[in-house]
Design a protein around this ligand. Sequence first.
Ligand code: DGJ
Length: 758
Amino acid sequence: MFFPHFYFRKLCLSQFLMMRGNHMIFFDENSKIFYLENESMTYAFGIRSDLVTQHLWFGKRTGHDLAYDSYFDCAAAHVVKFPLDDGTFANLNHVPREFHQLYTGDFGMPSLMLERENGVRRFDFSFRDYQITKEKAPIPGMPSLRAGGGSESLSVRYECDGIFVTLLYTIYEDCNVVARSMKIENRSDTPIYLNRAASFSFSLVPPQYNDMACRTADWTAVYLSGGSGSETNVQKTPLSRGTFTIDSRRGASSASLNPFLGITPRETTETTGTAYGINLIWSGSFTLHAEVTANRCLRLSGGIEETGFRWKLNPGDMFCTPEAVLAFSTEGLSGLSWEYHTLYREHLIPTSFAKKPRPVVLNHWEATRFNYSGDILRQMVDATSEIPGIDTFVIDDGWFGKRNDISSGLGDWVVNEEKLGTSLREFSDYVHKKGMNLGIWFEPEMISEDSDLCRAHPEWAITTPNYTTLRGRGQMMLDLVNPEAVNYISSAVNRIIRDSHIEYVKWDRNRDSSEGYSPSLPPDQQGEEDVRQTLGFYSLCEKIINENPNVLFEGCASGGGRVDAGMLYYFPQIWISDQTDAHARTFIQYGASLCYPLSSHSCHVSRSPNRRAGHVIPLSSRGDIAALGMLGYELDIRDMSKDECQQISDQISAYRRDEPLILEGRLFRLSSPAESNYFAFELVSPDKTKVRITVMRQLELFNRTGMRIYPCGLLENAKYTCPELGISRQGKTWMNYGFTPEFSQGDFVTDVFHLINE
Ligand code: DGJ
């Protein structure tokens, strides 16, 4: 076996210790295989004698005795090893690689595409060295997972003529995930172009391989799709040969397709079987590919959206991809969700908020939209302050500049005192005197043509030379590639937050990107615009959110147009949809829960009949469904009867009692509203002593038998009492025998059950 002299550098002490001690990353010197493993999972790849990095395994824990004589090589027995001295064409097409490259004999979806100034696009990378550390370096300029939870990181470096590619891996003791990203450095003396740079790639062998089998689909893709008002609806698609892609080219992760992709064998259910997940810590345009090859392997890759992407890497420059979180579970989709929920609560969402009770807000937007004055808001504050439990009043869009509709004012972050009748500080004092905190709405990434900001700095709006700028919701986008624009906006927003004693911010984004052009980039860097715009957004977050560590920031993008893990790094919660109809919401909350913890779903009770759907839904049902996330209200409290106000107050007290379950409980999705007449969520406390089950029956159907609920995740031999049913049973009886809820009459009615072990 030939290895160049630089093949294995002298190991540093930490590497040595990790290989000896009880560590999670192990390198087998003989086979040249890396094992990343925790108690229940192994991710393995190796450096073959031809220096190709071959993926070997991701799944249940294995021993340290994997080999390259795996399925992949058998299936490609005709493969000619690479490189051959006589230059014979090398076929790497069947080899699962940790990064796939075109023009090397590998014809699958490439994860890395580079180009020299002279047009040459072939790069033959060789393994150079590796490092194992306890630290996890942040990815410059963008969010990524924090170290902790016994994490360990591995970086593996390759080189071709002064171009270095580093694959970065992190593994955690407390979650079955591998976080991956890639770094490309130009240490040569000429510029190169990056035309594609995926965060990860790996392959899965068919679950039950048999070369006589004629199955068309070994795997199912589970993903989240929709639009404004119907976000994160679960889709399931069998994967046949060819490439299945989900993506966004909207400059945000989008309501249309979310950057989460679940992969399961056909047999997997909610609670049983293998499930894989991919989720990007990235809030911009993205691509995720699942390619079923001719030999039925599933190649997965993805990261930033590649259409139009072209990044100039000058000598000395470096490009880092966003982090992808690859998760694995043997407990079906609910197990997969648990991996993501735990990981994000422990290692992504700001620790000061992740597991802490959140405010219960009253937001006036659905009640008034732009039609309000200071007097109306004060009346609402007065009425809200009469309801024990609502602790934050939020002023939504329209309080600043000259903004009475969508056509003007964005960028002018100065309070409209004429409309409010006072300064914002005085209004804030009024709210505080009434015993509540104040929240406020911003849309920092946008600019209206009719704004003082645009008149002063037209060059800060994204426009394309010689073209009419495309408006979305009547507005243009700020050029966040331009640091001057970022600095100006962050100072203006910070001034308002500081001077007016704001405790909560709703950060909105109400249009998709267009133009593909940044006025502040030179012509040969325009292909960087889309990614740089997202990096500009993150730098704005750094400057605003990090400056105000005690303020709770809620993300929003025309509802759920940017629900992703990149957001969760800054925003502990996200307004997941403008759809507040409790029935439609069950579909949205069900889907969002696949990857994102309930503590990150902001959910409000709104009026009935619903403004969008027209459904008439009891206040109790609206409250029960909104209480499966961060509860709030979007009502005109002035119109509410005494009884209704009392009901709201009772709802909030019940919510506060169960809040630990919503913040930290393990979720079991007992029934999908898309697959049955019932929606049912069960939350189990980490010590399994408290359980809350929420069920909604969609339609009252005549003479039907109803549904049977089989709770999950209980202690088999412990006794649980259900106060609502007045029954005590053993955990195993509840789980195996189940119970049938009885609903009151009507459509869209809910029932809530608790199981308590004392
Ligand atoms: C879209 C958001 O989703 C709404 O809740 C509201 O804040 C409006 N924007 C305000 O323009």
